[in-house]
Design a protein around this ligand. Structure first.
Ligand code: ADP
Ligand code: ADP
Ligand code: MG
Length: 460
């Protein structure tokens, strides 16, 4: 097994990976920017190396500094976590040249799937159902106009390099196409330094369903069931759960098969996620494959009992998978809430502060992955996700109740989070009934925000 792994990330995911390393008797080397010198991941790692100033471009995205840090500390592998360099194939190639194992897929598989327009093509060829749309990238507005007309409105303009819900625009009528295309293109250029676009039919009221896959370097590919990530704000996931209450064994089998086929078609290895939208008639369509560990991997770990980070490390070391498809059983129900330093009362504006008191929820069936500790000053330089609460219970309703009480236990004095918003959301009758799709928050945000007031007034 590897002796020492460098973790090319920060925050709660760096902490999560350090935990897996410790349990495997592998030394964990943390990297940090000057802004992060007091971070939890630095405190918990075996060793740590400062790799540059606060700006991510100068530190967590600085490939040469990171590779040098791995070499001076004698690391034999690098775990990229998610975000930052996790989907950068140049970084994978640089690791390869230096003889350092990248814990993830090969650069070629990453390239094939990283461009979402190319990924669609691969899936179509392999027979994985994709959303009707362009065959590949759309070169110019004229072509877009033609394809949009052919597939029929509404359409969704998307960025080949897209991620995090950016570079996407819904278009309901032809009159708006030009303006929204320009907007999406500009956003894509600003975010990803690339402005290749493609187009899909907009599926109405879909659910976001994704399948976790594991693929070793010996040709074994399995899936670990699905996650329902339909509770989103601005195309960003907020609450995730597994299993999805509307997927029966037959549909799970069929979608799982498609997910495995998708991974095989791309020559994929390591842990990955195949994302689908599921329409109102339970037809599913591939939208993209994420070539890394996912923020929401914890819900799959809860229901399968499989440690995904350890699996990633073992696969990268060249071990064959010991788990067969028939061994994978989903037990009970798991829900995750992402706790972001965002103020729902101020339009979910991000905020920072010094944590004067922290209470981390605990008790049966509750797991919290966080970068917070009492006295920690949160940084404006990075993502606003501060913690993930993951609960596991026998049934979905019990998991909902468990999550509510965990949210009540959460105290993060010094910053404002969306925790209370989630608490209220978990009381919404449509959420409880499972009567929701990706538009749920957009549709109900005011109602949820005013819930508190309504309840107070009713009590008075
Ligand atoms: P996921 O599907 O893993 O939940 P999202 O769609 O929420 O990812 O995020 C989109 C992009 O932003 C991905 O590249 C992901 O790696 C990155 N990302 C999301 N959350 C964080 C975070 N808290 N820190 C760093 N990167 C993040
Ligand atoms: P990203 O790379 O930013 O994660 P995705 O392609 O995964 O982008 O899409 C993000 C979200 O947008 C999905 O979870 C889903 O809610 C919505 N979405 C994506 N494609 C479609 C589509 N064709 N029709 C309707 N909604 C879609
Ligand atoms: Mg996605």
């Amino acid at each position: 097994m590897f002796n020492r792994i460098l973790i090319a990330n920060r925050g709660e995911i760096a902490v999560r990976i350090i935990r897996a390393c410790m349990e495997m008797n592998i030394e964990a080397v943390a990297i940090y920017s000057t802004a992060d010198k007091d971070s939890l991941h630095v405190k918990l790692a075996t060793k740590s190396v400062c790799i540059g100033p606060a700006r991510a471009a100068d530190s967590y995205l600085n490939m040469d500094a990171i590779i040098t840090a791995a070499k001076v500390t004698g690391c034999d592998a690098i775990h990229p976590g998610f975000g930052f360099l996790s989907e950068n194939s140049d970084f994978v190639r640089k690791c390869e040249v230096e003889g350092i194992t990248f814990i993830g897929p090969t650069a070629d598989a990453m390239d094939a799937l990283g461009n979402k327009a190319t990924a669609r093509k691969i899936m179509m060829k392999a027979g994985v159902p994709v959303v009707p749309g362009s065959d590949g990238p759309v070169e110019d507005y004229k072509k877009l106009e033609k394809i949009a007309k052919k597939i029929g409105y509404p359409v969704l303009i998307k960025a080949s390099a897209g991620g995090g819900g950016r570079g996407m625009r819904r278009v309901y009528q032809p009159e708006d196409l030009k303006k929204l295309y320009e907007e999406a293109k500009a956003e894509t250029r600003a975010c990803f330094n690339d402005d290749e676009m493609y187009v899909e039919k907009l599926i109405l009221n879909p659910r976001h369903i994704e399948f976790q896959v594991l693929a070793d370097e010996h040709g074994n590919v399995i899936h670990l069931g699905e996650r329902d990530c339909s509770i989103q704000r601005k195309n960003q996931k907020l609450i995730e759960e597994s299993p999805c209450m509307f997927i029966d064994d037959d549909l799970r089998k069929s979608m799982g098969k498609a997910a495995v086929l998708a991974a095989k078609a791309a020559g994929y290895t390591n842990a990955g996620t195949v994302e689908f939208v599921l329409d109102e008639r339970n037809h599913y369509y591939f939208i993209e494959m994420n070539t890394r560990i996912q923020v929401e991997h914890g819900v799959t770990e809860a229901v399968t009992g499989i440690d995904l980070i350890k699996q990633q490390i073992r696969i990268a070391f060249g071990e064959p998978l010991k788990i067969r498809q028939r061994d994978v059983k989903l037990k009970g129900h798991a829900i995750e809430c992402r706790i972001n330093a965002e103020d729902p009362a101020k339009g979910f504006m991000a905020n920072t502060g010094k944590i004067s008191f922290l209470n981390v929820p605990g008790g049966p069936g509750v797991r919290v992955d966080t970068l917070l500790y009492t006295g920690y000053e949160t940084s404006p330089f990075y993502d606003s996700m501060m913690a993930k609460i993951i609960v596991h219970a026998e049934t979905r309703l019990e998991a909902i109740r468990r999550m509510r009480r965990a949210l009540l236990e959460l105290v993060t004095d010094g910053i404002i989070t969306n925790g209370d918003f989630d608490y209220l959301l978990l009381h919404h009758p449509d959420f409880i009934k499972g009567n929701y799709n990706v538009g749920f928050i957009e549709e109900h945000v005011e109602e949820i925000l005013n819930w508190d007031k309504a309840a107070e007034e009713a009590d008075a």
